[in-house]
Design a binder for this molecule. Structure first.
Ligand code: C2E
Ligand code: CA
Ligand code: CA
Ligand code: CA
Length: 275
């Protein structure tokens, strides 16, 4: 059942965190989890919508809790942020993702989610440079995904860090685009490379003209600004057809692949297995 990790297994989500005692207990466990590294990364394919060619993989964290089972990042990332542990956790994640990508037989990009608080921590760009150096991953194979909430925290700080990161040679993606309330400001202010349109826009795309028009507009804006556009959350053939008509470049969604353990992604390991 382990291979269903990203999909069917019951994942411990935020609403399951009922009371204060439960939170306290989980906070305690999170410290231990960091010390013991109970985190695991799953990888989800990002594909060209026309050719279905693989462009890269996004790393998505899971916490394998010894008694509660698999805990969702929607729960433990905010918990780690609140406890001031996101820098430490984020480093662990980045390091494992870069190490893992070095084992792949094809030089694909790996995308790693970065929390706004982590991005704005002093010395973040230096710590990324250090991890790239130590793991040997060529910077162009790394993409960091940030969300527009960084603007709310510290606009100038965010602009400066993103510029520093890009000058290392890696790329930066703007995640969940369209869900915040500073979407146009972030297009103007942050020098990013990739725009990821939030999955909420794709949901009704095949049945609702307004939804389809919005996706078309965002894909157009992104392309005109010279960004790579990734449409998130494609689950059905009807949605895929619609996006093909619109002409979005890349896509990520359950229709193409669910997040999976790296060792399950045979195409990354072909050569090793036959060797
Ligand atoms: P995200 O960055 O927007 O990642 C995409 C989420 O959408 C993933 O959920 C993925 O499993 C899910 N998804 C992918 N395709 C589809 C689809 O076709 N339909 C639907 N309904 N969902 C799809 P996941 O893995 O539960 O991650 C949730 C969020 O947790 C992520 O959203 C990201 O914001 C955060 N996260 C995950 N790993 C990390 C991490 O290592 N660091 C940080 N800071 N945040 C993380
Ligand atoms: Ca993401
Ligand atoms: Ca997203
Ligand atoms: Ca998200």
């Amino acid at each position: 059942a382990k291979e269903a990790l990203g999909g069917n297994i019951r994942v411990f989500e935020e609403h399951m965190l009922r009371d204060f005692d439960d939170r306290k207990a989980l906070e305690h466990d999170l410290r231990e989890a960091l010390a013991r590294n109970e985190f695991e990364l799953l990888y989800q394919a990002q594909v060209d919508i026309k050719t279905l060619e693989l462009r890269g993989l996004e790393a998505l964290s899971r916490w394998n809790h010894p008694s509660r089972g698999i805990i969702s990042p929607n729960l433990f990332i905010p918990l780690a942020e609140g406890m001031g542990l996101i820098g430490q956790l984020g480093k662990l994640v980045l390091e494992s993702a870069c190490k893992e990508a070095m084992r792949w037989k094809r030089p694909l990009k790996v995308s790693v989610n970065i929390s706004p608080l982590q991005l704005l921590e002093r010395g973040f760009a230096e710590s990324v440079a250090k991890i790239l150096h130590e793991t040997g991953l060529p910077p162009k194979r790394l993409e960091l995904e940030i969300t527009e909430t960084v603007l709310l925290e510290d606009r100038d700080g965010a602009v400066a860090v993103v510029s520093d990161l890009r000058s290392l040679g890696l790329t930066v993606a703007l995640d969940d685009f369209g869900t915040g309330y500073s979407s146009l400001a972030i297009l103007r202010d942050i020098p990013f490379d990739t725009l990821k349109l939030d999955k909420s826009f794709v949901r009704d795309i095949a049945t609702n003209d307004l939804a389809a028009t919005l996706v078309r507009l965002v894909v157009d804006i992104g392309s005109r600004l010279g960004k790579t556009v990734i449409v998130e959350g494609v689950e059905t053939r009807a949605q895929h057809e619609k996006i093909l008509q619109i002409g979005g470049l890349l896509s990520q969604g359950f229709l193409f692949a669910r997040p999976a353990r790296s060792e399950k992604l045979a195409f990354l390991r072909d050569d090793e297995q036959s060797a």
